[in-house]
Design a protein around this ligand. Structure first.
Ligand code: NAD
Ligand code: AKB
Length: 315
């Protein structure tokens, strides 16, 4: 049997760094090829192979897949919600064409598996705000959400029509300390920790009571690997699975940080990202993921806060 050989595209990003390191621990360093348009992240250096790659260049991507004997692709390259609103055409182009390039190559080369993340950003103002179900009214109002929703249907199409084993999760906002977030609406929940430690104050670009679905990176990485390792027979959703952990607002995370840094102060200056956040649900029903492949989150807000501050203090 051919040994698994994985290509991670967008490996220098917020998720890519930690996912690449986790995959290398499981499959072996040499079996996981990291790639990105930008330079190799410092945390990846010396841990395994790295190639400079533009996922929009389909020919070069195809060459790499053949040359490296790739059997699985994790596609993480994307433009996120806040940056996407500044250049909608570019966000649509990158987010959808990168996926089509990967799905086409997966079909032609009969790759074992593909992973591509969607987002809670697929939901819009007409979706239920609380416990938003897997299947519901979905009318996204950001270009990022539109591109993710279209991508989900491309995944479903390539699975049904061509048998490509592509799997996907609708991640909530992700909180991490290893690699910085790349231009999303939930980025405040990472920035707040750095500013709390450095300045003892933070100005939030979302209002005090804006509650959003969130997750700690270790949970997100584990969810990704558990989904990818599940038996294909258990993957009933071939668009993208709702995935949830906790929900909180800027005021709630600030109160939790204050327990560790009593002098910490937060102020609020909502900007264009407030409208994006207001269009998303406050909480997500992920019972399909829990039932089909046993998803269970571990970290709550006190656990995330304590771990973030501990690790950032050690840097
Ligand atoms: P990120 O912006 O931190 O990382 C994306 C990486 O892709 C960057 O390193 C970037 O250089 C690279 N990239 C961009 N264009 C490329 C190209 N043409 N070729 C090759 N690489 C390219 O994003 P992230 O937060 O790590 O997100 C990864 C995926 O997860 C995205 O699809 C995103 O939509 C999704 N997601 C992320 C979150 C989150 O909170 N981080 C939540 C939901 C979904
Ligand atoms: C963003 O805010 O754009 C991302 C996401 C929820 O997809 N973190």
């Amino acid at each position: 049997m051919m040994k698994d050989k994985i290509l991670v595209i967008g490996a220098s990003g917020q998720i890519g760094v930690e996912l690449t390191l986790a995959l290398r621990r499981i499959y072996g360093n040499a079996q996981v090829v990291a790639s990105d348009l930008r330079e190799e992240n410092d945390l990846l250096k010396g841990t395994g192979p790295y190639v400079s790659l533009d996922v929009m260049n389909k020919e070069m991507l195809h060459v790499q897949v053949i040359r490296q004997n790739i059997t699985q692709i994790y596609l993480l390259a994307a433009i996120l919600s806040a940056t996407g609103e500044k250049n909608p055409g570019l966000a649509w182009h990158l987010n959808t064409q990168s996926l089509l390039n990967v799905l086409d190559i997966a079909r032609e080369e009969q790759l074992q598996k593909v992973y591509w993340p969607s987002s809670i950003a697929v939901f819009g103002p007409t979706s239920p705000r609380q416990n938003c179900p897997q299947q519901t009214i979905i009318e996204p109002v950001t270009v990022y959400g539109i591109s993710k929703y279209a991508g989900e249907f491309w995944c479903n199409y390539y699975n049904r029509r061509f048998g490509v084993d592509v799997r996907s999760l609708r991640y909530p906002g992700l909180i991490s300390y290893k690699s910085s977030p790349g231009g999303g609406t939930t980025d405040y929940a990472v920035e707040i920790f750095n500013e709390a430690l450095e300045e003892k104050k933070y100005t939030s670009f979302l209002s005090a009571g804006t509650s959003l679905p969130m997750m700690y990176m270790p949970d997100a990485i584990r969810a990704t690997i558990e989904l990818m390792e599940a038996s294909a027979a258990n993957i009933a959703v071939r668009t993208s699975y709702n995935l949830a952990a906790i929900s909180f607002s800027p005021a709630e995370i600030a109160a939790e940080i204050k327990k560790h840094i009593p002098g910490f102060a937060i102020t609020y200056e909502p900007d264009y990202r407030q409208a994006i956040a207001d269009s998303w649900p406050q909480s997500i029903d992920d019972s399909a993921a829990r039932k089909d492949w046993g998803w269970k989150h571990e970290y709550d807000l006190p656990g995330i806060t304590a771990d973030m501050l501990l690790n950032l203090r050690q840097e």
